[in-house]
Design a protein around this ligand. Structure first.
Ligand code: NAD
Length: 498
């Protein structure tokens, strides 16, 4: 039984034995240098664990382990239905260890325990089981050639995949990469964010317990860019699967060009427009969605609804509804199951979000809600849900990814004005439209330059649909069968029959 109140969760986390070492070639190991770094709980600045501070030598060991396992073929040559069984076992073990994984996620990066437990961990397990279930149902192709030829088009695993992942949905996003990469038969080296390594480290043990052969799945934590850079430059890494900032995404393309032209798949930042027309059939629902779309996960979401575009005729009425709905988001102790807004990932990030809030005020926007640090201001990294009105799309708070609970409200006059503002961004990850007109919805969704468009909802979806960005939000897609395209190469085999 999972703990069901704050006291029980506090007692539970005291009993945890937290592993902080790397996992290479089937076992836990300290960094070769034996260096570690502190893992800090952002809700109270207390140390949770020491994490192995891996460096180039450790990355090298992990890549060698992955490369040997791939060459040996134990995993890649296993029948898809057998890989399926192992991955289904892994998903089951993740659910069995759901309480522990949820506690680690919340302690590590500050998200509410109710979300870790009810959304992130089951979501991550579902990604693994979804790809497991899919992999023995995918057929290859036979080309429509002339009669004396048989030409097959087959998909093969790409080799060693390095996954470099962020801290906002640590386990879930890692599984977006690991699920399809392992299902397709690759060997993987995962480098989690230094701000959230714990669930990845635990996942490695579960994967081994499930029957993933030694060397096929390795986890190499590290501080700063060292391990990620070593993987990105490595000549035996065949594919880089990244989620993180656009700044680092750009750098990874350079590393790939400087090394072996490894495939580079990038899920990067966003500054997503949420467009509300006056003909929206349910403004109350739209207001609740605008608030949750922006403040869910403390606003640390790549597809957060950070730019709220409102048709001028309903602007004041709608903004008031959004303000009220946003007041339901109250920063609280992340371990309290009643908390719906936790701590930001660390004090440094809190400082950066507060600086953006200052920029908003100085730049002439009007502060309509929040705007300050909250709760334990000295030791916790909490920020109030914050809304700015009178924002123009040229202000830094409308152009740059803040990655915190800050909404910018921008009025618009008509359809073309809305689309022009929405598309005037370096990013193109998500966008939403609220309208009762089906033809307007179809017409405008085609004009929005974004990888996902939501009509009369914000950020709904499931594993059946791909997720990723246009423009500087990245390339390639996570989720759905399309994710497999990143982790496989197409092979043509042309056979002369006569
Ligand atoms: P980040 O770019 O700072 O770090 C991401 C990962 O890259 C971390 O593991 C980090 O250690 C590693 N890294 C840092 N420097 C590196 C280098 N030079 N070489 C190789 N690896 C390096 O991002 P973050 O702060 O962890 O995450 C927040 C960002 O992630 C936001 O921009 C957000 O929009 C983005 N994000 C995107 C999606 C998406 O699907 N598009 C989803 C979630 C988050």
């Amino acid at each position: 039984m999972a703990p069901d109140n704050l006291n029980q969760w506090q007692e539970y986390v005291k009993s945890l034995k937290i592993e902080g070492r790397a996992f290479i070639n089937g076992g836990y190991t300290a960094a070769q240098s034996e260096k570690t770094f502190a893992c800090i709980n952002p809700a109270n600045s207390e140390q949770i664990a020491q994490i192995a501070e891996c460096e180039e030598a450790d990355a090298e060991k992990a890549v060698q382990a992955a490369s040997h396992s791939f060459e040996a073929g134990t995993w890649r040559n296993m029948a898809p239905k057998q890989r399926k069984q192992v991955l289904l076992k892994l998903a089951a073990l993740m659910l069995e260890h759901r309480t522990e994984l949820a506690a680690l996620e919340t302690l590590d990066m500050g998200k509410p325990i109710s979300e870790s437990y009810n959304v992130d961990i089951p979501g991550a397990a579902e990604v693994i089981s979804w790809h497991a279930e899919a992999i023995d149902k995918i057929y290859d192709e036979v080309a429509p050639t002339e009669a004396n030829v048989l030409a097959t088009i087959t998909r093969e695993p790409i080799g060693v995949v390095a996954a470099i992942t962020p801290w906002n949905f640590p386990l879930w996003i890692a599984c977006w990469k690991i699920g399809p990469a392992l299902a397709a038969g690759n060997s993987v080296v995962l480098k989690p964010s230094e701000k959230s390594s714990l669930t990845a480290i635990k996942l490695a043990q579960l994967a081994s317990d499930a029957g993933i052969p030694d060397g096929v799945f390795n986890v190499v934590p590290g501080y700063g860019h060292t391990v990620g850079k070593a993987l990105a430059l490595h000549m035996q890494v065949d594919c880089l699967a990244f989620t993180g900032s656009t700044r680092i995404a750009r750098q990874l393309m350079i590393y790939a060009g400087e090394s072996n032209m490894k495939r580079v798949w990038l899920e990067a930042g966003g500054k997503n427009p949420n467009i509300v027309f006056a003909d929206c059939a349910d403004l109350d629902k739209a207001a609740r969605s605008a608030a949750s779309g922006c403040f869910y996960n403390q606003g640390e979401v790549c597809v957060a609804a950070t730019r709220l575009l409102v048709e001028r005729s309903i602007h004041d009425e709608f903004v008031e509804k959004v303000r009220q709905a946003s007041q339901n988001f109250k920063p609280g102790d992340p371990l309290d199951p009643d908390t719906n807004m936790g701590a930001l990932v660390d004090k440094q990030h809190q400082g950066s979000v507060l600086q953006y809030i200052d920029k908003g005020k100085q730049g002439g926007a009007t502060l309509a809600l929040g705007g300050k640090a909250a709760l334990d201001v000295d030791k916790g990294a909490f920020v109030e849900p914050t809304i700015f009105t009178a924002v123009t799309n040229q202000m830094p708070i409308a152009r740059e990814e803040i990655f915190g609970p800050v909404m910018s409200v921008i009025p618009f006059d008509d359809e073309q004005d809305a689309i022009a503002i929405a598309n005037d961004s370096d990013y193109g990850l998500g966008a939403a439209l609220w309208t009762a007109s089906l033809s307007r919805a179809h017409k405008l969704s085609k004009q929005l330059r974004a990888g996902s468009v939501w009509i009369n909802n914000y950020n709904d979806g499931d594993m059946t649909v791909p997720f990723g960005g246009f423009k500087q939000s990245g390339n390639g897609r996570d989720k759905s069968l399309h994710a497999l395209e990143k982790y496989t190469e197409l092979k043509t085999t042309w056979i002369e029959l006569d």
